[in-house]
Design a protein around this ligand. Structure first.
Ligand code: CU
Length: 136
């Protein structure tokens, strides 16, 4: 019985020690994260209308298990850039598109050279759907 209590206290101690180390780590690495998020937020906001007119790169944000905007229309030759803003992995797969797994903050770009409707999903969360319509 006493042994169990001692083991429990030791585990508790380790837990707290790890917690302190984690805090120090996150303090050090934090400055780079907010800058990136602000950047992405502004960029995604600028393309909320879902059209790519006036810019060669159209941005799609992945957030809360959704592609935002879910449907976009671009011109032939335009590039779409997806940015994962979730802490879980996502990807962009379908209609010939195949990204790697994207970690938080990672981007994937794809240039559409032919007219058509390109439907895609996240292979990890197949209910996540998006579409790119490419016009001449
Ligand atoms: Cu996903």
């Amino acid at each position: 019985m006493r042994k169990e209590i001692i083991i429990f206290l030791v585990i508790l101690g380790v837990f707290f020690a790890v917690g302190c180390v984690d805090d120090e780590d996150s303090d050090e690495s934090e400055p780079s994260v907010p800058v990136e998020e602000v950047d992405n937020g502004v960029a995604a906001g600028a393309e909320e209308t879902g059209t790519g007119t006036g810019s060669d790169i159209v941005k799609v944000e992945i957030r809360n298990y959704r592609y935002i905007p879910q449907n976009i229309t671009v011109k032939v030759g335009q590039t779409v850039m997806w940015t994962n803003n979730d802490t879980v992995l996502h990807d962009v797969v379908g209609s010939g598109i195949e990204s790697d797994y994207l970690q938080k903050g990672e981007k994937f770009t794809y240039t559409f050279e032919e007219e058509g409707s390109y439907q895609y999903i996240c292979s990890i969360h197949p209910w996540m759907e998006g579409e790119v319509i490419v016009e001449a």
